[in-house]
Design a protein around this ligand. Sequence first.
Ligand code: TRP
Length: 371
Amino acid sequence: MQQVKVAGLNPIESADFYYLRHYYFYKMTEKNLNKPNSDIPSQIVMSGIRPTGMVHLGNYFGAIRNYVKMQDAFECYFMVADLHSLTTHPDTKELKSNVRRVLAENIACGLDPEKATFYCQSHIRETGELYLYLNMLAYKGELEKTVTFKDKARQHPENVNAGLLTYPVLQTADIIMHRASYVPVGKDQEQHLEMARNFVVRFNHRYGEIFPEPHAFNYNQELIKVPGLDGTGKMSKSENNMATLYFADEDDMIRKKVMKALTDQGPTEKNAQKPDYIENIFMLMKLVCEEDVISKYEDDFNNCSIRYGDLKKQLAEDMVKFMAPIRQKTNDILANDAYLVEVMEKGAQKAGESAKKTMDLVRNAIGLNYF
Ligand code: TRP
């Protein structure tokens, strides 16, 4: 695999580098250089986190760990997508506590509000305005074809609202509000980013080159998928809460979930291939256990002496060791409301400055500058 060093960062695998190259090429094109607004910023990262549900191990290894790495290398904007949650969760009784929990859990996982701008979507009023302009560039037909829209419409036929239809437009407003190019998101968001690029291209074409095209961006080419404990699929906010390890889980709950993980009698043949559910347990070990522990159990598996009860006990203890400090830190932060308010205010202020600058450019470009 071709590895490329970019500005002293960890090597970024070639698939990611494609986007950087694409972007620099775009920046260098003559068309762009000759435009008055060609000072498109080059290293801005933006992502959103929906405040629905508690943070679990899959979120940590799939997303948050990437954010934590990026905050040292880029100008980063991380946002709690509280407005997006209104499209599917109109009941807001728990919104306030959900937003606080998401903030606290992400900070406990290493996201640093001093390094990154960490803010709430609803605190940036400019987003509503940019969303309005972008809605004029988004066609009903393409919005209706969005996979996430079709899924949500099927799940909630009683509430197929226009906000749900224009969800990708709002997401585009979030991203381009800071003129971000890199968006750390999972596979499920790729279509939204493709739509964001389309809206950006249309905007730039109609009103002038203001926005870079945003691309999905992650350090691991193949994002780490954390498997669930029941042998089916990845860890997610699923029906089966026993298959997902939440940072809010108490130590005994973590132990109980790990001990319930699906195993069998063990292999009967030496050097057998591992069934998927056993492979999954080894994957979980790789996330939190020491090398020598893993290789001991690999050897035991290969010579048919493996005792899954022992393995799971070890995994449970290592999991507790990894997760408990994050839970503790989350609880400390949640108990300190003044700190959370300070984080929100500071985030709103920093994100607000960036938004104001962008909106000046946007209103001028569109021609909404009559005097
Ligand atoms: N749609 C994203 C999700 O479901 C959340 C989100 C909102 C987002 N705005 C964003 C992600 C901007 C990246 C950039 O997870």
